[in-house]
Design a protein around this ligand. Structure first.
Ligand code: SF4
Length: 81
């Protein structure tokens, strides 16, 4: 029997990439194309999104912090209605 000890982080498409590629230099700026491409092909984006906290300013799960915040707020409104 094998035990799967690999975490989603080990399978992240951005593993080994320069984290600077995921930095949004200023509000409204576009993420680096390399970061966008990594997130588009990443198979663990859902886990990444779930692990991302509100203060994370990096481009994560194919989204900027602003986009993630908007999604959370939209989700909260759905729960309330
Ligand atoms: S979704 Fe993007 S930031 Fe998240 S683990 Fe995958 S490649 Fe990295």
């Amino acid at each position: 029997m094998s035990v799967d000890t690999e975490s989603w982080v080990d399978r992240a498409a951005c593993r080994g990439m320069d984290v600077e590629l995921f930095v949004i230099p200023r509000p409204g700026a576009r993420p680096a194309p390399e970061a966008v491409a990594a997130c588009e092909r990443c198979t663990v984006a859902d886990a990444c999104l779930a692990a991302t906290n509100r203060d994370d300013s990096l481009f994560r799960a194919g989204m900027t912090r602003t986009t993630r915040r908007d999604r959370r707020q939209a989700g909260a409104r759905k729960v309330q209605s």
